[in-house]
Design a protein around this ligand. Structure first.
Ligand code: FAD
Length: 287
């Protein structure tokens, strides 16, 4: 029945596939390695499905997840370039891209170093740091529509990118590969080291997390607002508002979805009462 597709023995514990290490098991979990394998999973995904990158922005409920989960596997992990552009498979980790660019003296993503994401997840979320994003160098993406079984190439101007969002995220299209404009690198190693240092200084890598929980409101970084409400270090079960970066909620061991949800609600409530600002979540909730 599943001859032409890789299907993990089910159910699959999603804690193993998310950086926050929280969540229940997925009833159906497909790892796709080739485009030919899509038709076999389409019938499971007509109603709905979740698409997993590196799981670094996802909060999964502690329950059996009936919605099928799709992950692009090794077949979509590759990099190649010529003088003017670089092409990356969507499941390629950003860290591979950074290393490849360093080895080939290519300037593309050095300011993004340290984001624990795949290229597909970064484009869908329009991830950025230090004013840089992959979207700014994007030329085109190849996408697959699991609902209609069709494939297309979208040019950059056919895609909307906004703060931590894109039309790709909203559409449910699977990003298969992306092509970027590149330029010759200049002091790449120094730039990468500098950005790693800055990231280590600001962000909390002491325990599992999914990065910033809330989007930054226009008036102030969310972390500053949360800190000013006196919430740094506040705990609920195994979850804690990071004492280092107040927009991070960390899993200090055994945190549940409910623990994190409790802290999120508390933060929103306190920030609203103090500043009349509604914090919006950057993280994607599943389940
Ligand atoms: C320690 C830490 C630091 C972080 N720092 C930053 C930062 O500096 N800047 C920043 O912007 N974010 C940051 N993040 C958040 C996170 O890394 C980004 O949101 C990233 O873009 C998520 O990529 P991912 O591959 O893990 O995607 P996932 O978390 O797996 O998925 C995120 C969303 O993208 C969709 N998606 C994934 N792959 C594809 C695909 N191939 N096609 C279509 N949709 C897809 C998913 O369905 C989901 O809706 C950080 C997270 C952590 C844990």
């Amino acid at each position: 029945m599943y001859s032409n597709q890789a299907r993990l023995s089910n159910p699959v514990d999603l804690r193993l596939y998310t950086t926050l290490k929280i969540g229940g098991c997925a009833a159906l979990f497909f790892i796709i390695n080739e485009k030919d394998q899509f038709p076999a999973v389409e019938k499971y995904c007509r109603e709905n499905f979740y698409l997993l990158g590196n799981g670094s922005n996802i909060l999964v409920k502690d329950k059996f997840i009936k919605t099928p989960v799709i992950k692009l596997g090794r077949g979509f992990c590759y990099l190649r370039h010529n003088n003017s552009f670089l092409e990356a498979g969507a499941s390629t980790p950003l860290s591979f891209l950074i290393k490849y660019c360093l080895d080939n003296n290519i300037s593309l993503a050095e300011k993004l170093v340290g984001i624990p994401a795949t290229i597909g997840g970064m484009l869908a979320m329009n991830a950025s740091s230090f004013g840089c994003s992959l979207a700014s160098r994007l030329q085109e993406v190849e996408v697959y529509d699991l609902r209609s079984g069709t494939q297309a190439v979208l040019k950059k101007d056919e895609i909307e990118f906004s703060y931590r969002c894109s039309s790709l995220l909203r559409s449910g299209l699977l990003i298969l590969r992306a092509q970027f404009r590149i330029s010759r690198g200049k002091d790449l190693k120094a730039e990468i080291e500098k950005r790693i240092k800055e990231r280590l200084k600001k962000q909390d890598f002491s325990s599992p997390s999914c990065g910033s929980v809330f989007k930054n409101p226009a008036v102030s970084p969310a972390a500053r607002l949360i800190e000013a409400c006196g919430l740094k270090g506040v705990k609920k079960g195994g979850a804690q508002v990071s004492g280092k970066h107040a927009n991070f909620i960390i899993n200090r061991g055994g945190a549940s979805y409910r623990d994190v949800d409790f802290l999120i609600k508390m933060i929103k409530d306190k920030v609203f009462k103090k500043y009349n600002i509604i914090l919006k979540e950057e993280i994607q909730r599943w389940g």
